[in-house]
Design a protein around this ligand. Structure first.
Ligand code: GTR
Length: 390
């Protein structure tokens, strides 16, 4: 196979026509807001069939076990909990652990950000009391702490929840024998769910838990994710409207970036390098992006009218910052139809000039990462869109 060479030349971005989020597959227009739910269902089903695969409902035996509580964590500023979500009856069933920090002084249920992490909950903060996940025992405590500024988040009145993605499915092409896939009989079909589907399913199960926890304001839960886990946050937010806000941090190809631009990572490249992320049908679109019945602006439109935020980084060309902006921008007509503003920017804003309309966007200096700058913008955005505790 020829070596993949990414295109970083704007002049070589092909001409393309995006599928219209406001036109049904039979060619009729979505005339008014009342019809959007029908078109929404259609788009959702296209994403299931052609890209992320079908996702099962919650398992019957699912139950929650609080395994650790510390009311005086982080020098007395936080309530910390570790909650194990058992996906079936019995101790051997697959599980995931949610690490939750809530502001100590909360006098009511706390709004919360939740996101999957790459290497274990114990990597998000160095505190040795956080349970070390045996599945990721080699990852050092606190190694990802810069991406999870828990003290900063708590100081703004928000809680923070995080889950190791490997609790749901290891990030490798191993035939779906493990993780939560093993809980279900696998349909040998092109639309069977892949790893991103399983990760998103886990975020949705975390939402099931938040609904049951009175200390958490489940009407103000924001799903957030970086990169492959940003693709995941978008898919979870599309599938589950209980997420009141959705944040994509540098999610790139298969996330917020338009596939048809073929800038940086492409559909063919992502399916070759990560054959387990999407459903098999998606591979039909390798080097055939124009044949896709959907593009990523429609994924963002599935959040409407909920606030959604897309963030890029200047040096993260692999993720196609402009394609991420355009993904957000072309979701705008759906928001307008539903009576809110959309993305209030005609063109891509300069670095460090966030747009905070109902669809938010920023590009910051630097590379592929999650930084305090990003988190500060997400909290500003959440404040502005009614997530701050009254
Ligand atoms: C890259 C992948 C991207 C992005 C990134 C990440 O290798 O090509 O799509 O997901 O990994 O997750 O950090």
């Amino acid at each position: 196979m020829a070596e993949f060479v990414a295109n970083y030349d704007e002049d070589k971005v092909p001409d393309y026509t995006l599928p219209d989020p406001l036109v049904f597959e039979d060619g009729t227009a979505v005339q008014n807001a009342a019809r959007w739910h029908k078109r929404r269902a259609e788009i959702l089903s296209l994403f299931e069939t052609h890209m992320y695969g079908k996702m099962p409902a919650a398992t019957a035996g699912m139950h929650f076990e609080t395994r650790y509580v510390n009311d005086r964590a982080l020098e007395g500023t936080a309530v910390r909990r570790e909650v194990r979500v058992h996906f079936a009856a019995g101790a051997e069933a697959p599980w995931m652990d949610i690490l939750i920090h809530l502001p100590k002084d909360a006098d009511g249920p706390a709004p919360l950000f939740v996101g999957l992490n790459f290497n274990g909950n114990h990597t998000t903060h160095p505190d040795p009391e956080i349970t070390l996940n045996d599945r990721a025992a080699n990852a050092a405590r606190g190694q990802a702490a810069s991406r999870w500024p828990v003290t900063r988040v708590l100081a703004r009145g928000y809680g923070l929840g995080t889950i190791y993605c490997g609790d749901l499915d290891p990030d490798c092409d191993d035939g779906f024998q493990n993780g939560v896939h093993a809980l279900f009989e696998r349909q040998n079909a092109g639309d069977a769910w892949g790893t991103i589907g399983a990760w998103a399913w886990g975020l949705i199960r975390a939402m099931d838990y938040f609904v049951a926890d009175e200390a958490i304001d489940h009407t103000r839960v924001a799903a957030m994710g970086h990169s492959r886990l940003g693709k995941t946050a978008l898919w979870a937010g599309a599938r589950d409207e209980r997420f009141a806000l959705v944040i994509s941090n540098n999610s790139g190809c298969g996330g917020a970036a338009l596939s048809r631009r073929r800038y940086g990572e492409t559909v063919g490249r992502i399916n070759t390098r990560f054959p387990h992320w999407f459903c098999d049908h998606f591979k039909q679109y390798n080097e055939r992006e124009d044949a896709l019945p959907i593009d990523q602006h429609q994924l963002i439109a599935l959040m409407a009218p909920r606030p959604v935020y897309v963030a890029s980084a200047e040096r993260d060309r692999w993720a196609d910052p402009k394609g991420e902006f355009l993904g957000a921008k072309h979701a705008d007509p759906v928001y307008r139809l539903l009576g809110t503003d959309g993305l209030n920017a005609e063109n891509m804003p300069p670095v460090h000039e966030p747009v905070t309309s109902r669809i938010g966007y920023h590009i910051r200096a630097g590379g592929h990462d999650v930084t305090d700058y990003d988190w500060d913008r997400y909290m500003d955005f959440a404040d502005e869109h009614g997530h701050k505790r009254a």
